[in-house]
Design a protein around this ligand. Structure first.
Ligand code: BG6
Ligand code: MG
Length: 222
């Protein structure tokens, strides 16, 4: 089977923005008397902004406390803090191996696509100077979020790829589930303990040194 596209999650795969999401959510949550830890944060990774807020409110037994308008304010406050944390993001903040892998994909004519829940994706790719490394960015607007397969299917559609001939790369449990639901080969970046149970086909500790050849061999593709 010939590989037709590689779909990348953004936060926690291309760069370490997952930590900034955690810092910003933790600060917002503390402001309303809710404590979140890194274990709970795993359940937020890959989940869109409003759904993340809902999960935090349920975690703190405050799901009935706020009106829709107040929830939007809380989410806005989190995003303001998050965007402020992004201000220092620079090209050298791409994770090790990412630029090399993207270059190798380009050299071999394999489209690279962003499949992220983040509305800040274009801003982050600009700061990393990686916008041109991707053939397409799937817009998360108007489709069900991860673990639903939609964002990966939309991404594959943008480059005319058959999902079963695609590889998805993710750092989140919900993201791995989404890739599998889309019928793609799922590469997890992180811990086997966290990503294995979600159905990752292959888990690596980091993207450092990751090559197209390794991806093809793992996925039994050409
Ligand atoms: C995902 C992150 O990539 O994007 C989540 O893993 C985040 O933590 C989601 O909530 C939405 O991001 P944003 O930037 O639109 O709030
Ligand atoms: Mg992620």
């Amino acid at each position: 089977m010939k590989l037709q596209a590689v779909l990348f999650d953004l936060d926690g795969v291309i760069t370490d923005t997952a930590k900034y999401h955690f810092i910003a959510w933790k600060q917002m949550a503390e402001g309303i008397g809710i404590t979140i830890d890194s274990e709970f944060n795993e359940s937020l990774k890959g989940i869109d902004r409003m759904q993340s807020l809902e999960r935090i409110l349920i975690h703190g037994h405050q799901e009935q406390r706020y009106s829709q308008a107040e929830k939007e304010q809380l989410a806005q406050a989190k995003n303001d803090e998050y965007v402020a944390l992004l201000a220092s993001l620079a090209p050298e903040d791409a994770y090790p191996g990412i630029k090399e892998l993207l270059q190798e994909l380009k050299d071999n004519g394999v489209p690279a696509v962003i499949a992220s829940a983040s509305k800040n994706a274009p801003l982050i790719l600009d700061a990393l100077q990686l916008t041109d490394a991707f053939q397409a960015i799937a817009d998360p607007q108007g489709i069900p979020g991860k673990p639903a397969p939609d964002i990966f299917l939309r991404g594959a559609g943008l480059v005319g790829a058959d999902p079963s001939c695609c590889i998805g790369i993710e750092d989140a449990q919900a993201g791995i589930e989404a890739i599998k639901a889309a019928g793609m080969y799922a590469v997890g970046v992180g811990e086997q303990r966290i990503l294995g149970p979600s159905g990752a086909d292959w888990v690596l500790p980091s993207t450092s040194g990751l090559t197209l050849r390794q991806l093809l061999a793992a996925a039994h593709m050409e």
